[in-house]
Design a protein around this ligand. Structure first.
Ligand SMILES: *C/C=C(C)/C=C/C=C(C)/C=C/C1=C(C)CCCC1(C)C
Length: 248
């Protein structure tokens, strides 16, 4: 009987000093709360912002569902839920690329910009997965390839076509674009650290003491919710300034 309850109520087995498990729980709650926030705010914005806010909510919602799985997987096996992690990322990171496109549409952004970013992000994630799961012996090499794709994304949004469009749009869009660029440059740089902490390589002595899951969970909370809040703020500011103009 006890075994039965222990099987269905995984919660009873959680160790209060399990800080990795704790970050999965907090992550799940934070993603759920953020999704409710974005979805419920949808109707307060003008139509042209709704798709962006909806995508913000979808990003945190997809993450919330994966966090529930990852939380339970961790509680059951005390092992990194690498598979769920990458399924989450392969869905949410391309959606973040879509966000860049959506806010730049008013400046004439083309679909090709969106597909280019999506393509690069898929390369970044697939090579990362190969290094973490399939060919761990060469993790450093796959990490390097992944890092190269990441670098091109950073270049594109900071200095490439996306930057030019953001400058053309100006005002609130330019500000939001800059904020998102910082998230990609600094916030996304958290992930390679987690990768090096969790895979074997020349960097063992440097990051070996850190926990891959804790780092990824912190990265996800900052990036997914932070990204959404930048978009939310953009919609809010743009709606306000439009209202002011209408009054004048
Ligand atoms: C919501 C999830 C996000 C924003 C995930 C982003 C993931 C990355 C930027 C991962 C990058 C990696 C590298 C740049 C090199 C090592 C392998 C990865 C996949 C961890």
């Amino acid at each position: 009987m006890t075994t039965f309850f222990n099987t269905i109520l995984l919660v009873t087995k959680l160790d209060p000093t399990d800080y990795v498990g704790f970050t999965f729980f907090i992550g799940a709650m934070a993603m759920m709360a953020a999704s409710a926030f974005f979805f419920l705010s949808l109707n307060t914005f003008d139509k042209k912002w709704r798709t962006s806010i909806l995508v913000s909510g979808l990003i945190t919602f997809i993450a919330a569902v994966h966090y529930l799985y990852m939380r339970d997987y961790w509680a059951a096996f005390a092992e990194s839920p690498t598979f769920f992690r990458y399924v989450d990322w392969i869905l949410t990171v391309p959606l973040m690329c879509v966000e860049f496109y959506l806010i730049l549409v008013i400046a004439g952004a083309k679909r090709s910009l969106m597909w280019r970013l999506i393509f690069l992000s898929v390369i970044m994630l697939v090579t990362g997965y190969i290094g973490e799961v399939i060919d761990r012996d060469n993790a450093w090499l796959w990490g390097l390839l992944s890092g190269a794709a990441y670098f091109v994304i950073v270049y594109d949004i900071w200095l490439g076509r996306a930057r030019k469009l953001a400058e053309k749009a100006g005002g609130n869009v330019l500000k939001a674009h800059k904020a998102l660029c910082w998230f990609v440059l600094v916030g996304w740089a958290i992930y390679p650290v987690g990768y090096m902490a969790g895979t074997p390589g020349w960097y063992d002595g440097i990051f070996g003491g850190l926990n891959l899951d804790v780092i990824y969970n912190i990265g996800d909370a900052i990036n997914k919710i932070g990204f959404g809040l930048v978009i939310y703020n953009l919609a809010l500011q743009a709606t306000k300034s439009e209202l002011n103009q209408a009054v004048k």
